[in-house]
Design a protein around this ligand. Structure first.
Ligand code: UDP
Length: 329
């Protein structure tokens, strides 16, 4: 009998790739999403296949699955700074009420649960690169606070279920990840730069572009999450690509790839935008024997191919152009 997995946030960027991975590995997949930020288009190719079910449900409400359940991957959450501003309460609720529902379900079904945590729990870090023993530097009432604190609470309650109830838990601290199915206009750097190139608009770099990030291609990340889920590691594990780049250099790299005839322009830096970020992946290497394999140029090419295939309507659909209170006045 096939093992059954529940994936929340299944219509999102990472959730939909996880559905693909578990489905291709022979699991029966129950995909759940409230579609606030997810898009069913990301699951179209699985729709109707035997062993794949989609449930339109908000996990901040009572969450139940009929029959046996062996695995849960909790990936439901808004995940871009623009979304936290637009839907701050939902962001807090899914990271607090939502995780409580899923831990309860995991306990009831004796299922193993992996939660999507984030490098944001380190805030604007004073330690570089960030290793798992660092506790972070987070502004609880800043624009990112609703996400960062919800994710910190999520780690706390997950750890409590592990120590108090003996639940099998896994915590993935996910660093910046990119690839096909990212939302084009959610304000994130890479889709913003590619979308601007494709529309012939200037590329907007925030601040002077000296802030750094380390970008992991989605296939590498999904491989890491799969390995973590089936490992015996209950401590948090950083998953990301340790190759660091400044945002200005990243914008230049994307512009070179797209070949667009546009300029790079500087805009105000958002409030609490972390100055640097790079994962220390020693733990992932040691306990999972995992490290990213796809270099940035290759990953960017694949991502660009995906965005090029979008329709004109998708390319010009403007979810949030107004960064509003996110930008320092
Ligand atoms: N960024 C930028 N231009 C944009 C969108 C983002 O320069 O149009 C910057 C943003 O301020 C941040 C970096 O790119 O310093 C990465 O932003 P993203 O939202 O992708 O990830 P996060 O800040 O959550 O790591």
């Amino acid at each position: 009998m096939r093992e059954r997995v529940l994936i929340t946030g299944a219509a999102g960027f990472l959730g939909s790739h996880l559905c693909d991975k578990f489905f291709s590995e022979g699991f029966e997949v129950i995909a759940m999403d409230n579609l606030i930020t997810g898009d069913l288009k990301n699951l179209e190719h699985l729709n109707g296949k035997e062993g794949f079910t989609f449930k339109h449900h908000d996990v901040t409400n009572f969450t139940h699955v009929e029959g046996k359940l062996d695995h849960i991957l909790h990936f439901a959450s808004p995940a871009s700074p623009i979304d936290y501003l637009r839907i701050p309460i939902q962001t807090l609720k899914v990271g607090s009420l939502g995780i409580h529902r899923l831990l309860g379900l995991a306990k009831d079904k004796k299922a193993r649960i992996t939660i999507a945590s984030t490098s944001e729990i380190y805030g604007d870090p004073e330690v570089h690169p960030q290793h798992e023993e660092y506790w972070g530097s987070v502004n609880p009432i800043g624009p990112r606070g609703v996400y960062d604190e919800a994710k910190r609470f999520q780690e706390a309650i997950t750890t409590a279920y592990h120590t108090y109830h003996g639940l099998e838990t896994r915590i993935a601290r996910i660093f910046n990840t990119y690839g096909p199915r990212m939302r084009l206009n959610d304000g994130r750097a890479l889709p913003a730069f590619i979308g601007q190139s494709l529309r012939g608009e200037d590329i907007t770099v925030f601040g002077d572009g000296s802030q750094t990030r380390s970008f992991c291609y989605v296939d590498d990340l999904i491989d890491g999450i799969f390995k973590l889920h089936f490992s015996s590691e209950s401590r948090p594990v950083n998953l990301g690509n340790p190759v660091e780049i400044s945002i200005l250099d990243f914008a230049k790299e994307v512009l070179k790839l797209t070949g667009a005839d546009v300029k790079i322009i500087l805009k105000d830096l958002p409030i609490d935008d972390p100055k640097k970020r790079r994962p220390d992946i020693t733990r992932a290497k040691e306990v999972l024997n995992w490290e990213p394999k796809i270099d940035r140029l290759e990953g960017l090419k694949r991502t660009f191919e995906y965005f090029k295939s979008l329709s004109k309507e998708e390319l010009t659909r403007n979810e949030h152009k107004d960064f509003g209170a996110y930008i320092k006045k």
